[in-house]
Design a protein around this ligand. Structure first.
Ligand code: MN
Length: 425
């Protein structure tokens, strides 16, 4: 049966509003205190160790390789097997977890080794990320930033409507959801006529992004077309690309983002496959002017995934400050991948490509504090009565994302991080 069939049910409970019904079957890198790191999937609020299922012979005929399910690089090995094996494993899991299959359901000894309440499993960054690229693909975000820092009449730079602009980011500082984020220090210039200062950033921000992991690409020198792109995308996670706006503004000319960006990015633990998101494809915006032939695409390459950002203050109150959608991208993932490889740049299994801040047209759909509070000129009111222009020490930023249609909800889960005070000097 098609693993996306909405009539499928699991023998594991799926709470109302869960992001992880049996139609999702995401992949993550988890660690139970009594076990080695392993590949996991999730149903409702349970995590399932795939190495234990493999050892019990439940993936016979799908893969023979045990290292694709155990070890800190296991998901890289898994993804190296390619989309056919990943699809086969998702299909087999769908069969093993459905309500009328007794194979695992009635095997209490195996369940004790393989099925855990989610709180017992520590989730890591899903893959060993070799290279990380960040795009700038939301038109409204590019327009907002261009308006604030340059001129509303010329907010988009001349290249923006002709290519998915991006830069190479830093993979080493991508951290799993829940990791505390230290406020970075650096150089900034508070006003045009003052000398640069050094100190903790005064403009710490988040960026609401969705990132995709890749399969192995082609050899160096080859390119991936928009038509081929889907077969090179493993799946999606939520991504908070933390940013220090004052450091960024002072350093970014002429070579682009550096220390204002590379101190941390937080990623959600579960990689949701493109297959699971198939029912949520939607058309993208009309691209005018017409794009060059290598960026043209057919079919629906955007996804209707609702996104939100909340701030939880030290007092414990939570305020949703942004409601956006992954479909608010001008440049889709197929175009990003085609552009990234059009010069022959190769990609590897476990590379990460992030969307850039996803802002919609409505002011409450802007995907960063910079835009929501408009460079500090329109402070946001939180539910505890306090105000924010940027993120303060002790604040927890939480991002969530899910797609929903005809009673089927497929979610990306959440990514969160709490800000710690800067280190003293
Ligand atoms: Mn970014």
């Amino acid at each position: 049966m098609n693993p996306n069939d909405p009539s499928l049910r699991s023998w594991l409970p799926v709470p109302e509003g869960s992001d992880f019904p049996i139609q999702n079957i995401p992949f993550g890198l988890g660690e139970h205190p009594d076990q080695y790191p392993a590949a996991f999937t999730r149903i409702g609020d349970h995590a399932i160790n795939l190495f234990e299922l493999f050892s019990a012979g439940l993936f016979k005929g799908v893969t023979k390789e045990e290292h694709v399910f155990e070890g800190i690089d296991c998901l890289n090995h898994f993804v190296c097997e390619g989309p056919a094996v990943v699809r086969g494993v998702r299909q087999r899991l769908s069969e093993l977890l459905r309500h009328d299959n007794p194979l695992l359901r009635d095997n209490e000894a195996l369940k004790a080794q393989a099925v855990f309440p989610i709180g017992q499993v520590h989730m890591n960054v899903p893959m060993n990320i070799g290279d990380y690229t960040d795009f700038y693909s939301s038109r409204q975000h590019a327009y907002n930033v261009g308006s604030m820092f340059r001129d509303p009449a010329n907010a988009l730079l001349p290249n923006w409507l002709h290519m998915p602009v991006g830069y190479h980011g830093r993979a080493s500082s991508i951290v799993p959801s829940g990791t505390a984020i230290r406020r970075p220090s650096g150089q900034f210039k508070p006003a045009p006529d003052t000398a640069p200062l050094f100190g903790p950033t005064r403009q710490l921000d988040f960026e609401l992004e969705v990132a995709f992991f890749t399969y192995h690409g082609k050899q160096l020198g080859q390119r991936i077309s928009t038509a081929e792109a889907d077969e090179y995308i493993f799946g999606l996670s939520l991504f908070n690309d933390w940013s220090a706006r004052d450091i960024q503004a002072w350093e970014y000319v002429p070579l682009g983002p550096f220390l204002g960006k590379n101190f941390a990015s937080s990623i959600s633990p579960w990689v949701v496959t493109l297959d699971a998101l198939e029912p949520f494809r939607v058309p993208g915006p009309v691209q005018d002017p017409a794009v060059l032939p290598y960026l043209q695409y057919t079919g629906y390459q955007h996804y209707d995934i609702k996104l939100e950002v909340a701030i939880r203050t030290t007092g414990g109150s939570e305020t949703v400050i942004c409601r956006s959608n992954f479909r608010h991208q001008y440049w889709n993932m197929a175009q990003q991948l085609a552009h990234h490889t059009v010069n022959g740049c190769n990609i590897n299994a476990g590379d990460l490509m992030a969307s850039g801040t996803i802002s919609g047209e409505a002011p409450d759909s802007f995907g960063s504090m910079l835009e929501l509070a408009w460079k500090g000129t329109k402070p946001l009111k939180l539910s505890d009565g306090s105000e924010r222009k940027f993120i303060e020490d002790g604040d927890t930023v939480i991002m969530r994302g899910y797609a929903e249609k005809d009673d089927l909800r497929i979610g990306l889960g959440e990514v969160r991080g709490t800000v710690l005070p800067a280190l003293p000097f």
